[in-house]
Design a protein around this ligand. Structure first.
Ligand code: TZP
Ligand code: MG
Length: 235
């Protein structure tokens, strides 16, 4: 494949395979810690990680990012270790990168800072993801393919993990959104489990993004492994 710049779109597309999102709110009610959950998910082979702490003070998120960074393997993201991004907080992602943490960038939503400003603040080699939930949002994202690195598309099914989320898109609407987002890599999020892998793969998805499937599993390591295997078998 031709070289596609410092951020390497095809490497990011491959890393959509098993994308794990979590914050204290997702695990602490279950008697787990973010750090333990991340350790186990790393052992299971996740390919992308997002720290999504809601609510979260900047200093607290930065401290969690330091702790996560310390347990991530050395080396290249997408090759030697999962990519690691921070949800919403461009300021925290910037500070983390200033500190030399293994924080690759940020994932923003439709009402966060516009992505051209995010790119200007974080620089050329940061990874920037954007949430999309409709064909219109994906059509607006696709021309920004020089600015953003991937889109999250969802909710795929109804979700229990995001209070203000609309109803699930279902496979057919997901297909239309993923088509509109091309050539950007994408992941499907919202009630996703390994069982969804064949349908998501058949409808233009590049990978599986989950909170509860991993956070609520009896074995986080096993769940992460199942998620990754399901995608590798389906694509
Ligand atoms: N954005 C759309 S759905 C969702 C987010 C953050 C939550 C996904 O969590 P789960 O538990 O995998 O449905
Ligand atoms: Mg957000």
């Amino acid at each position: 494949a031709p070289f596609d710049g410092a951020r390497n779109r095809e490497r990011i597309r491959r890393a959509m395979t098993a994308y794990f999102v979590l914050g204290p709110q997702d695990v602490e009610p279950l008697g787990r810690t973010v750090l333990d959950a991340v350790k186990q998910a790393l052992a299971g082979g996740i390919t992308f990680l997002q720290l999504r702490a809601k609510p979260g003070d900047a200093g607290d998120i930065l401290e969690l990012a330091r702790q996560i960074s310390a347990i991530l393997p050395q080396g290249e993201p997408g090759i030697d270790r999962p990519y690691f991004v921070i949800d919403d907080r461009v300021d925290v992602a910037w500070a983390a990168r200033q500190e030399g943490l293994k924080v690759d960038g940020v994932h923003v939503g439709q009402t966060d800072l516009p992505v051209r400003h995010v790119r200007a603040l974080l620089g050329d080699d940061a990874v920037i993801g954007l949430s999309t939930g409709s064909v219109a949002e994906a059509q607006a994202a696709a021309p920004l393919a020089d600015i953003i690195d991937y889109v999250g598309i969802g909710p795929y099914h109804d979700t229990i993990s995001k209070a203000d989320a609309p109803d699930g898109l279902g496979a057919e609407r997901f297909a239309a959104v993923s088509r509109a987002a091309r050539p950007l890599p994408n992941c499907a999020i919202g009630g996703v489990t390994p069982e969804d892998a064949p349908q998501i793969a058949a409808n233009g998805g590049d990978g599986l993004c989950v909170i509860s499937f991993i956070c609520r599993a009896p074995s986080i390591e096993h769940a992460a492994y199942e998620l990754r295997s399901a995608w590798e078998n389906a694509r």
